[in-house]
Design a protein around this ligand. Structure first.
Ligand code: BEZ
Ligand code: FE
Length: 289
């Protein structure tokens, strides 16, 4: 293993890993080295460019805190998060599809009874959400846990709303015997992904927009079924075709029906104009289930 050249170094590195015990680890590392070396050769990477790349990755790590995961954000904007999801969660056409989890889920969220108002009094257009969770045959899935979280009318999650201490616009629901759950909140707005770190530099260098279309996140779990990590987007959103994290699927684009004050199915519950979102979620059986 001496006098290696640009033609022989790849095989030498792979040979150096020959005692890797775990076969899957060996396969992944060999492929990683081959692709990384090919990339370096293909672009003819200069020493200065490699130093820049190392600096970028170093700063990406340094930006991470218990509440900020810049590497996952990098994976999101490079399409790796959705690629890994697509490879690992192939579902039948009728099943509810996944999207990205994103950084704003909190496991210290409150548990709510059906029909709760989760807006905590924040200003915005009232939104009534009516969901049902079913299996492939359309049979209700009772007792499913349904996490929801979304931004406010300015595009802020609760942790970023000035002066707000307690969780809001989020919570855990459980479906009833007919698979239903419902809540009242405020209509979310589109918002930018965090742009004040290395990912923001990459986005501006490549001329990409930080704006995500508005959405309501849902995470649905029930024994015997695959977990659904998803979100619903209003069909009128201007950013549907430019999502920086590639999370939009047509099946997740939904009508947010609008009603005038005093009109429509929830007029007795609000004296303002409001929106209603109704959705049935179809769960895919888990491989073992
Ligand atoms: C979100 O929807 O909360 C989100 C997803 C990926 C990156 C940033 C935000
Ligand atoms: Fe989000």
């Amino acid at each position: 293993m001496r006098d290696l050249t640009s033609d022989t170094i790849t095989e030498a590195v792979i040979a150096a890993m020959q005692d890797t015990k775990d076969a899957r680890t060996a396969k992944i590392l060999e492929s990683l080295v081959r692709h990384a070396h090919s990339f370096v050769r293909e672009v003819g990477l200069t020493e200065q460019e490699w130093a820049q790349g190392v600096d970028f990755l170093t700063r990406t790590g340094q930006k991470c805190t218990p509440t900020r995961q810049e590497f996952i954000l990098l994976s999101d904007v490079l399409g790796i998060t959705m690629l890994v999801d697509a490879l690992n969660n192939q579902r039948s056409a009728e099943a509810t599809q996944n999207s990205v989890l994103g950084p704003f889920f909190r496991d210290d969220r409150p548990h709510h009874p059906d029909a709760a108002d989760i807006s905590e009094g924040l200003p915005g257009t009232p939104m009534f959400f009516e969901g049902q969770v079913v299996d492939h045959a359309g049979a209700p899935v009772a007792g499913a846990s349904v996490d929801v979280w979304h931004s406010d009318a300015e595009g802020h999650y609760d942790m970023d709303v000035p002066g707000l201490v307690d969780p809001a616009m989020r919570g855990l629901f459980r479906t009833d015997e007919s698979g239903h759950f419902s809540f009242r909140s405020i209509r979310p707005a589109s918002y930018p992904i965090p742009g004040d770190g290395p990912v923001g530099e990459y986005m501006s260098a490549t001329g990409r927009s930080l704006m995500r279309p508005a959405h309501v996140h849902l995470l649905i779990d029930a024994p015997g079924f695959q977990r659904v990590t998803s979100m619903l987007f209003p069909s009128t959103d201007e950013y549907l075709d430019a999502d920086p994290v590639f999370g939009v699927k047509q099946s997740l684009v939904a009508a947010f029906d609008s009603y005038e004050a005093g009109d429509g199915p929830h007029s007795g519950l609000t004296d303002e104009a409001y929106t209603v979102l109704r959705r049935t979620f179809v769960l895919e059986p888990s491989p073992a289930g």
